[in-house]
Ligand binder design. Structure first.
Ligand code: SF4
Length: 579
């Protein structure tokens, strides 16, 4: 890939992260040295580079204020993210990760919205054995985070036409091609010898990309990965063999106090022959590498480059860098975004069972020994596993009879089967937020079950219990659980208040619009009563809730039903404890 190192921003000061990357000695920084010291955490400089190795430094935020008050050291810990292209795991790999959770990683596994697995509560002193155990299972944490191509998403639930296998293969190819070339990972985590002396990565150069870069793959009849939220999306049309569509410029993260920040859907770039796919991705990455904003990280994602310069400019630049023709790609049409839950026989010779997980969290609780039950069925039935971008599990690779026995075993172990859950529960998930995420403004994963219960109760009042409505919640506007693509998006604003978005569609091709601002958690249910009532009374046949809100107009719904922003209300019930 031709590294032109040009930038529109060359006269502006580079951000601190750019300097850290350039001076990191090929992603080494002082990580190896600091792993040997007694400090419970890493220096800030090392922590930034550590992200490229799939590790975030965190502290337990439940304990933060007490520890600070007492003048004590914070409860430092690390999050370790395993990148799993297309979310596919063998039973042996799953069991290895489960064992790791038992031994060193907080007794829980957390499926992410990018089909990876995160371990929280890992002590700094346990990092090397954790990463080693991941590697021993033929998996990696390298590029799980950092300013590089992140884990590649693709729906790998079995299909009758076998496109799942093609997507898995493409995901593997992309993943392998865009791992950083530096041998730093091997040296630091496996005590390997330094192989490379020159650290200019052939694809990324010395400063890698300006920000993270997300690539996904989807078919036109299955957009469960929310392709339009990616920096670059690959679209396969089952009716068109030998070519793929490319979309660019999606991304959902934004800031409450940053009016220029935006959630944005990707736009069609071109159609190319399948054999030109990797070269096309090379080209897109090179433009982002050369022109992306390196002075302001809040504007460094590809979406801002395309937003400011336009898709036509981007297409011209990409064509000029390519030695094969681009074909037109006028518009992206997805027909569905299924959840893949329950017993699925659409590919009769390749049945699967999709298990709903509570926001992707696999752990034993006082209510159900979910992790133990899953370990048991994986040990005894040896299914293949596909982690979904909706934080659930698909189990497959078994004869139907075996799959049914597996399902019955989960049931007898007390695991709530997907088909016994309310439609709202089935189509809801949250980001981790508190107590692990350093950016969380509000609860998310831990409070989602309470919110689902309240909203389910409200839906019942309007005879909407059977309606399929998607709900996603995040602890801040960065949007990790893609709330702006849910029919109801709940986004943390302060400790106990949230913004509410309505009007996204179920196919993942329209963003929600801000409906209510700064709504106290205690009245989230009440804030939705008006739209639910109107939907129940006036929806068109077959019309989804998101489409209904869009048709009526979210601004109109706000005018009629949204509560006033919390801080302008007169009295706050003291029991809510909001700040
Ligand atoms: Fe953390 Fe915000 Fe992402 Fe949730 S959306 S995990 S709070 S950064």
């Amino acid at each position: 890939m031709n590294n032109k190192s040009r930038s529109f921003e060359s006269d502006r000061q580079l951000s601190g992260n750019e300097i850290l990357k350039a001076e990191s000695d090929g992603l080494r920084s002082s990580i190896a040295l600091e792993l040997k010291d007694d400090s419970p955490t890493f220096s800030n400089d090392a922590a930034q580079i550590l992200k490229f190795h799939g590790v975030y430094t965190q502290d337990d935020r439940d304990k933060r204020s007490t520890l600070r008050k007492n003048g004590s050291e914070l409860a430092h810990m690390c999050m370790v993210r395993v990148a799993i292209p297309g979310g596919r795991l063998t039973p042996e790999q799953y069991l290895a990760l489960d064992e790791l959770a038992s031994d060193l990683a907080g007794e829980s596994l957390r499926i992410t919205t990018r089909q990876g697995i995160q371990f929280h509560f890992v002590a700094k002193g346990d990092l090397k054995p954790v990463v080693k155990a991941v590697n021993d299972a033929l998996l990696t944490t390298y590029a799980g985070c950092g300013d590089v191509v992140r884990n590649v998403t693709a729906c790998t639930a079995p299909r009758s036409d076998g496109l799942d296998l093609q997507m898995a293969e493409i995901a593997d190819q992309i993943s392998a091609r865009y791992k950083p070339a530096s041998s730093a990972y091997f040296e630091i985590w496996s005590d390997g010898a330094r192989i490379d002396q020159v650290e200019a990565d052939p694809i990324y150069g010395t400063t890698y990309l300006p920000r993270k870069f997300k690539i996904g793959i989807a078919t036109t009849d299955d957009n469960c990965v929310d392709l339009m939220s990616h920096d670059l999306g690959v679209v396969l049309d089952p009716a068109l063999v030998g070519q793929v569509g490319i979309v660019v410029g999606g991304g959902l993260g934004k800031g409450h106090a940053d009016p220029g920040s935006l959630a944005r859907l990707a736009e069609p770039l071109c159609t190319v022959r399948t054999e030109h796919l990797l070269q096309t991705i090379d080209t897109v990455l090179s433009i982002q590498r050369d022109y992306g904003d390196r002075s302001d990280r809040s504007r460094a994602r590809l979406k801002y480059l395309i937003e400011s310069h336009g898709i036509e400019w981007f297409r011209r630049e990409a064509e000029a860098r390519s030695n094969f023709p681009f074909m037109d790609f006028d518009s992206v049409k997805f027909s569905d975004s299924p959840s893949h839950l329950g017993l699925n026989l659409s590919a009769p010779s390749r049945p699967y069972y999709g298990l709903k997980l509570p926001s992707g969290r696999i752990k034993d609780t006082s209510l159900v020994a979910l992790r133990t039950a899953l370990r048991g069925v994986v040990q005894d039935f040896r299914p293949l596993i596909s982690l979904t971008a909706k934080e659930d599990l698909v189990l497959f690779g078994l004869e139907l009879e075996q799959l049914e026995k597996l399902r019955a075993r989960l049931d007898s172990d007390g695991v709530q089967l997907s088909e016994s859950l309310s439609p709202l529960t089935r189509d809801s998930f949250a980001c981790p937020a508190l107590p692990t995420c350093g950016l969380a403004l509000a609860e998310s994963e831990r409070i989602l079950p309470t919110l689902i219960k309240e909203i389910d109760d409200e839906l019942k009042l309007h005879a909407l219990s059977d309606s399929e409505i998607s709900l996603r919640m995040t602890g801040c506007p960065n949007g990790c659980a893609r709330p702006y693509l849910a029919e109801i998006g709940i986004v943390g604003r302060s400790k106990r208040s949230y913004d509410v978005y309505l009007g996204a569609n179920r196919k993942g091709t329209r963003l929600g619009t801000l409906y209510a601002v700064d709504v106290a958690f205690d009245i989230l249910r009440e804030s939705l009563a008006g739209p639910f009532k109107l939907y129940s009374e006036t929806r068109l046949p077959g019309e989804g809730f998101g489409d209904f809100c869009h048709r009526i107009g979210v601004q109109e719904l706000t005018k009629r039903y949204a509560p006033a922003p919390r801080r302008t209300r007169k009295a706050e019930p003291s029991k809510s404890g909001q700040s």
